[in-house]
Design a protein around this ligand. Structure first.
Ligand SMILES: Nc1ncnc2c1ncn2[C@@H]1O[C@H](COP(=O)(O)OP(=O)(O)OP(=O)(O)O)[C@@H](O)[C@H]1O
Length: 276
């Protein structure tokens, strides 16, 4: 808990009631994808027997050209697409085998950040972050328009975590693109996930803002023990921040290796091969 949050609550920090410090997660596999296959209704197979494991504290970046299956992969993992084969295990439960309330509950440890921050522009930054907690408090949906009181203090600490505590009371519609994306990260943290999925989180950001968001994701993996899976179209950012690079081509896993072992030729080949 930073002095900033402590000051906002007139406290010295650790003695604050209900203070939330992001827990450093125990090590171990957080996401285990086995033989993941997705064949769309039109007969197009977008993923072919994909295998991927992500540990706590690890940051994996998925690369691949347009149409290689990156978004399909993310949607299958988070349960927005029902895979036609394979398993997606989170916390020991196979999301691919669940539906309805059981799926909703089982995917609570997963948080997704998209290309657009999708904030409610007319509401405050703080209110937007609190919204991330709604999945854990379903009855709060009925109190729409009011901040869940118990979640305000943690939300402030998540804002502090992304370096935007000073903007807590500002309307979300006034933020820059980079700030909005960092608020989206704070909103994801309010969900208290074990696995953070980021689908092209820097696509609409300038290089400086993109770097800031990537640094943040890296820190959440290293310091808070989150398992981070990020889809990027910027190989140079991927090489700079990821522990592992995963290359997709036509729905197939082309490589899954430590970032330092992947050559620029291999990355270039990923895109050239897809085009041919
Ligand atoms: N709902 C759908 N029905 C049929 N085919 C689909 C559907 N969604 C995606 N596809 C196809 O599946 C393949 C993979 O698409 P996907 O969106 O996962 O690729 P991507 O790697 O995320 O691409 P991009 O980098 O352009 O976002 C593409 O050929 C796409 O046309």
């Amino acid at each position: 808990m930073s002095l900033g949050v402590a000051a906002a609550f007139g406290s010295t920090g650790s003695d604050m009631p209900g203070a939330v410090k992001p827990a450093v997660r125990a090590s171990g596999v957080r996401l285990a994808v086995r033989d993941l296959t997705m064949c769309y209704a039109n007969g197009h197979t977008a993923l072919r027997s994909l295998n991927l494991s992500v540990n706590a504290g690890e940051m994996v970046v998925v690369l691949g050209s347009n149409g290689s299956g990156k978004s399909t992969f993310m949607k299958c993992v988070v349960g927005l697409n029902r895979p036609t084969g394979g398993s997606v295990k989170v916390g020991g439960r196979d999301l691919a085998a669940l539906s309805g309330e059981a799926l909703r509950e089982a995917r609570l440890p997963l948080a997704l950040i998209s290309q657009n921050a999708n904030l409610v522009k007319r509401r405050s930054v703080l209110a937007n972050v609190c919204c991330g907690a709604l999945g854990r408090h379903r009855t709060l949906m009925s109190a729409f328009g009011r901040l869940p009181r118990d979640e305000i203090e943690p939300a402030m600490s998540y804002l502090d975590e992304v370096g935007l505590l000073h903007l807590a009371r500002q309307r979300a519609g006034t933020l820059s693109g980079g700030q909005a994306q960092r608020v989206a990260v704070a909103r994801a943290l309010a969900q208290r996930p074990d696995v953070l999925l980021a689908d092209e989180p820097v696509a609409s950001l300038d290089p400086e803002a993109a770097d800031e968001v990537m640094r943040l994701l890296r820190r959440l993996a290293t310091e808070d023990g989150l398992a981070v899976v990020c889809v990027l179209h910027q190989p140079e950012l991927a090489a700079r921040y990821a522990d592992r690079l995963v290359g997709l081509r036509s729905g197939l896993l082309e490589f899954d290796r430590p970032a330092s072992d992947v050559s620029s030729q291999q990355i270039a080949g990923l895109y050239l091969a897809e085009a041919s």
